[in-house]
Design a protein around this ligand. Sequence first.
Ligand code: FAD
Length: 403
Amino acid sequence: MRTVIVIGGGASGLMAALTAAREAQNRVLLLERQQRPGRKLLSTGNGRCNLTNTGASIKNYHGEDASFAQSALARFTPEDTLAFFASLGLLTEEEYGGRVYPLSNSANSVLDVLRFALDAAGAELHTSCRVERVRREKGGFAVDCGNERFFADALIVACGGAAGGKLGGVTDGYEILKSLGHSRTKLYPALTPILTAPEYPRALKGVRADAAVTLRQGRRVLAESAGEVQFTDTGVSGPAVFDVSRAAAVCGGGAEIGLDFFRRRETGELLAMLRARRDALPELEAGELLCGMLHNRLGRMCVKYAALSGGAPLRTLADEELARVLAVCRDFRLEVRGTAGFDAAQVTAGGISTAQFDPETLQSRLVGGLYACGEVLDIDGDCGGYNLQWAWASGALAGRLEG
Ligand SMILES: Cc1cc2nc3c(=O)[nH]c(=O)nc-3n(C[C@H](O)[C@H](O)[C@H](O)COP(=O)(O)OP(=O)(O)OC[C@H]3O[C@@H](n4cnc5c(N)ncnc54)[C@H](O)[C@@H]3O)c2cc1C
């Protein structure tokens, strides 16, 4: 009998433990530092758990060598994720952009089916069990949790990353792997709100808009995305912002974000609408120029941003001024001052260097019998179910204990 210890009962650890426990020759111990496993999983997708994306491909992943993820992702595709969860009795629904959620709309369902399967496979779950130290011993591993010591023939580190601190994001996994000779790349919070000059966002706090988002540094476009943007006290948030946040975090400063609130419309058509409004409602205040086209507060803000007086009647606005307002709506610029920290981030960019792991097995090239999976490795995905797909795929591969 081979004893396998999995450190971390998050998405990737649950998958790794279940895969290993289904092999008769393995006795599997899953050690989780929190009172219950899968705490972060419960908060994913706003509590709904966007568990995969049917369009996931290697292009959705990042890291110093993102191609490292290819093998695991190819061996456990989004279709495999859906088939796997269906086999555990989970019903799922695909929504826009290939995002998949449980039909129950509750992340609890995802965690529950995993827990039941783990139990049925005979894995031993130890909660409130924080691994503090791991040492090589007798060809295996001595794993210390407080006063308890466990021995393992094979060890899978699935401790996640530093993101989502309040949900259990910690740096323990990096420390454990470093103590075994591995190195880590620089860490950045990713899929996180962007901090900007606060004047306009603060006044628009709570307003959501559909926008094309462009992150620039001087003339260089660093990243682009499109979708929902939300204004906050300190800047901008929402899925479309998350998608460019990684580039904002790593760019080293001097960046600007531009929002196009009319991404699916022609400028000529919009300008004609504004002229028609001016002609039809000449006494209407300029602040209402965009009424019906944008959220009222956002419309008024665009007029203000274009340096027009909101109280002036529309008849006083020249064509050039209408065009100026439209230009603001199409490129609402905000100076980027950084990104929100790890606590607000959904994922960690950077992690344990993948160069020291075999992509075909996820076994360490430095220490035989040592495996790693999930966010602890230097792989992070876009917003939309890609990170959990990596967690499932890498967990399933590490849990095979090949090599
Ligand atoms: C708010 C939020 C929403 C998200 N929404 C989505 C989404 O909808 N779709 C998506 O694809 N991704 C989403 N993500 C990202 C996704 O949750 C993570 O990428 C994924 O959970 C990573 O899995 P993991 O197993 O590597 O790490 P985790 O899920 O973080 O699990 C790591 C586990 O290890 C435990 N641990 C750490 N150190 C130790 C130790 N020393 N001893 C014992 N146990 C330890 C932790 O307590 C934790 O339970 C979201 C993240 C956040 C924060």
